[in-house]
Write a protein that binds this ligand. Structure first.
Ligand code: SF4
Length: 269
């Protein structure tokens, strides 16, 4: 159905507000100013005025993933093996401004594994995922909400180096780092994965998903049950009872599903 265009300034403002709220819900934190790629020189024309059919393809704008081939991480690799394969990685542009790689934190045999988006400032400084404000909230949700010690779960991100100004990682960065995330999950072999926010959920499902629509609904990553929920940073921005209740329900469902599969959790108290 074709949308009816707004008719008054009030309509325009209301529509803009609705879009902004939707973007916020999707986890969009900022917009990058689009930088125009350098224009390719005009293709030579034939005498008839048509472009030749075999025009060269434009070069990709970001070739960092070509700097180093993806690692061959053998099946059955442990977390230590994966960390060793990662090394002092420079496979994508995020290495340039990082303080250190933020690999992962927690129990290498965890039944519950959380995947976020990328390290923030505190994480970059300390080398541990989810230790800033959003991390404190996640820790509270795990320890006070679920009653599980944080050390008994495993926490990692889709990229291991901090994106500048905490921007959303670019597709090239995400896909360059993805083999390490896949290998981490394979090494931990959790009973349940909790994907925090849209980027992590979309990457693990292999398709773009609106987090508002998929959160709370069971998905699957390589036959492991996956529960998408809001990122704690989003909850901090939209600290409403409803959002907190929704995340609480998602985490409770994740714990119950893991327990149904035989997980036994320590008590956080
Ligand atoms: Fe390497 Fe991942 Fe860091 Fe990029 S984000 S440099 S792929 S560890």
């Amino acid at each position: 159905m074709k949308a009816t265009p707004p008719e008054s300034p009030h309509d325009v403002i209301a529509a803009a507000r609705a879009w902004a709220e939707e973007w916020l819900e999707e986890g969009v934190e900022r917009f990058e100013r689009a930088t125009e790629p350098p224009r390719a020189p005009a293709a030579p024309r034939t005498l008839s005025g048509e472009a030749p059919s075999a025009a060269p393809a434009p070069a990709p704008s970001h070739q960092s993933s070509l700097l180093e081939p993806p690692p061959a991480i053998p099946a059955g690799a442990s977390l230590e093996d994966v960390r060793e394969a990662l090394g002092e990685c420079t496979r994508c542009g995020l290495h340039e401004r990082r303080t250190q790689i933020v690999f992962g934190d927690g129990n290498p045999d965890a039944d519950l594994l959380f995947v976020g988006e990328g390290p923030g400032e505190q994480e970059d400084l300390r080398g541990i995922p989810f230790v800033g404000r959003a991390g404190e909230l996640l820790t509270q949700m795990i320890e006070k909400g679920l009653g599980i010690p944080r050390a008994s779960v495993y926490i990692c991100n889709i990229v291991k180096c901090r994106p500048p100004q905490n921007r959303t990682p670019l597709p090239d960065e995400v896909h360059t780092c993805q083999p390490f995330l896949d290998a981490q999950i394979a090494a931990v072999r959790p009973k349940v994965i909790v994907a925090l926010g849209k980027p992590a959920t979309s990457l693990l499902l292999g398709r773009e998903v609106p987090i508002t629509r998929v959160r709370g609904q069971w998905q699957s990553y390589r036959d492991i049950p996956l529960m998408p929920t809001y990122h704690p940073a989003f909850i901090l921005r939209q600290y409403t009872p409803q959002n907190r209740r929704l995340v609480w329900e998602d985490l409770k469902a994740a714990r119950e599903r893991a327990e149904e599969s035989g997980a036994v959790f320590d008590d956080a108290s």
